[in-house]
Design a protein. Sequence first.
Length: 135
Amino acid sequence: MHDIEIKNMLSMAADARDRAYAPYSNFRVGACLKGESGAFYLGCNIENASYGAACCAERTAVFKALSECERRFSALAITSTGDELPVPCGICRQVLSEFCGDSLEIVCSNRYDEYRVFTLGELLPHRFGPEHLED
């Protein structure tokens, strides 16, 4: 990805982050997922008093895209209110792996606008995918 696209996606992710519902952790995360069609899908983390019912920003964006019939993705940008670079949790990495190859670029940015680009393959080596299921 080019720097201009990274900054554009991080800006959209920051807008999504501002809509996060995080009354328990106060850790707000926003995501911007780019579909192969060129469309962008935004997501924010949504917490719940029953912690298991919470949903991460990344999965919110993926589920929004899937509900619009987008099935393949080319990039993901994530930003948070934290000092450290946020990376997708294990569940989000697994969900992404269902629809993305190892080369998916994931831009992770903290509240200081510092960022680093990872690939899904770096973050989830030896993934389990649909091809591992028996017919």
